[in-house]
Design a protein around this ligand. Structure first.
Ligand code: FBP
Length: 331
C-alpha cells in the first residue's frame, strides 16, 4: 500500500512535535495561511465571473491603484486571524496602519502582501500571497520594525496552473500542492534546496536607464556569451516576484529589483516587511541568498512600516556575483 498523502495540517503537527514546549498556537496560525490561500484561490478563479476584476477606485498607502482583488485578498487574510486570540497585530502592504485584533494579547504578529504581482491580476498571470510571522513583544508597531532574522515563519502561496504553498519555520523549506478534489494542501517536496547556480535572471530591463552603472554592468555580464560560465543567461521575468523567486528556488537563478536612481536619489520599489524579508527567509533556508547590494536583506531593520529596499535574491553563485559588481569589483 502506498504511503498516505501528507496534508499540510499533519506535516505542521509532526513538525510541532520536534519543538519541545510548543503550545500548538503557531501550528494553528500556520494552518490558517493554508485556509486563506484556498479562499483567495477560489476568489481569483471566479473573479471574471463575479465582477471582481478591475480597479477598486482608490489608492493604497503606496500611492498605487488598488485592484478589487487586492482588497478581497486583504479582507480574507484579516478575517482569517480574527478569532482564537492567536494574533495581536496584522500589517499589510494594502493598509496604512497595522490592524489590532481584539484584546491585542495574541502572541503573534502577522505581515502579508495579500496579492503580489498586481500587474498580472486582470490578465490571468501568476500571483501570490507573501506572509511572515513574528513574536509579539509589546504589541505595538515596534514589534514589526525589526530585522528579518526575527521572523519565526515565512512563506508564500503561489497561484499558477497549480496552487502551491511554500513555507519555512527555520527548519528547511517545504512545498505543498493544493489537491482541488479534496481541498487539501499535500506535501510534494520536503526540505527544498535551491541549486547553487542557475541559468536564468529576472529583472524589468525596461527600467535599466534608472539603474546604477554597476547594476547595468552585472546584467550585461549575464548576457555575454561564455559557455565556460554558462552565459548567456535566459531572461525569465513574469512581473510576479513570488512567481520568479519560486522558479529560481527550483531551477536556480537570480531575481533583481534594483533602485531607480532618480535625481541622484535611489528609489527602491519592493517593501522590506511584506516582500523582501519573508522571501529572503525562505531562500536562505533553502541555501540561497538575498542581498540589497550593500549587505544581507535579513539584517535590514526598516525605519517605517512601508519601508522599501533594493533586492537581489536567488542562487548563491549569482547573488555573490551581483554583490561583487555592486561593490565595484566586477566579475
Ligand atoms: P505588488 O506587490 O504591488 O504587486 O508589487 C510587486 C511587484 O508586482 C512584483 O511582484 C514584481 O516583480 C514587480 O512588482 C513588478 O514591477 P514592475 O511592473 O515595475 O516590473
Amino acid at each position: 500500500m502506498s504511503a498516505p498523502p501528507v496534508t499540510l495540517d499533519r506535516f505542521i503537527l509532526e513538525e510541532q512535535h520536534t519543538f519541545p514546549g510548543a503550545t500548538g498556537e503557531l501550528s494553528l496560525l500556520l494552518m490558517r495561511f493554508g485556509v486563506a490561500g484556498k479562499r483567495i484561490a477560489s476568489a481569483l478563479a471566479r473573479a471574471g465571473l463575479t465582477g471582481q476584476q478591475g480597479a477598486a477606485g482608490r489608492r493604497n498607502v503606496q500611492g498605487e491603484e488598488q485592484k478589487k482583488l487586492d482588497v478581497v485578498a486583504n479582507e480574507i487574510l484579516l478575517e482569517t486571524f480574527d478569532y482564537g486570540g492567536l494574533v495581536t497585530l496584522a500589517a499589510s502592504e494594502e493598509m496604512e496602519e497595522p490592524f489590532v485584533y481584539g484584546s491585542g494579547q495574541g502572541r503573534y504578529a502577522v505581515l502579508f502582501d495579500p496579492l503580489d504581482g498586481s500587474s498580472n491580476i486582470d490578465v490571468n498571470g501568476t500571483l501570490g500571497v507573501i506572509f511572515s510571522v513574528r513574536s509579539r513583544r509589546d504589541g505595538t508597531l515596534q514589534d514589526l520594525l525589526r530585522s528579518g532574522r526575527e521572523q519565526i515563519v515565512a512563506g508564500y502561496v503561489l497561484f499558477g496552473p497549480a496552487v502551491l504553498l511554500v513555507y519555512s519555520s527555520g527548519h528547511g523549506v517545504h512545498l505543498f500542492t493544493l489537491e482541488p478534489s479534496i481541498g487539501e494542501f499535500l506535501l510534494t517536496r520536503r526540505d527544498v534546496r535551491m541549486p547553487e547556480r542557475g541559468r536564468g535572471y529576472a529583472v524589468n530591463e525596461g527600467r535599466a536607464h534608472g539603474w546604477a552603472p554597476e547594476v547595468r554592468a552585472f546584467v550585461e555580464h549575464l548576457k555575454q556569451p561564455d559557455p565556460a560560465t554558462g552565459r548567456p543567461y535566459s531572461t525569465r521575468y513574469s512581473a510576479s516576484l513570488v512567481g520568479d523567486v519560486h522558479r529560481f528556488l527550483l531551477e536556480g537563478g537570480i531575481y533583481l529589483y534594483p533602485s531607480d536612481v532618480q535625481g541622484g536619489r535611489p528609489k527602491p520599489k519592493l517593501r522590506v516587511l511584506y516582500e523582501c524579508h519573508p522571501l529572503a527567509f525562505v531562500v536562505e533556508q533553502a541555501g540561497g541568498r538575498a542581498s540589497s547590494g550593500g549587505g544581507p536583506v535579513l539584517d535590514v531593520v526598516p525605519d517605517s512600516l512601508h519601508a522599501r529596499m533594493p533586492l537581489a535574491i536567488g542562487s548563491r553563485a549569482e547573488v555573490d556575483l551581483f554583490d561583487r559588481f555592486a561593490s565595484g569589483h566586477g566579475a
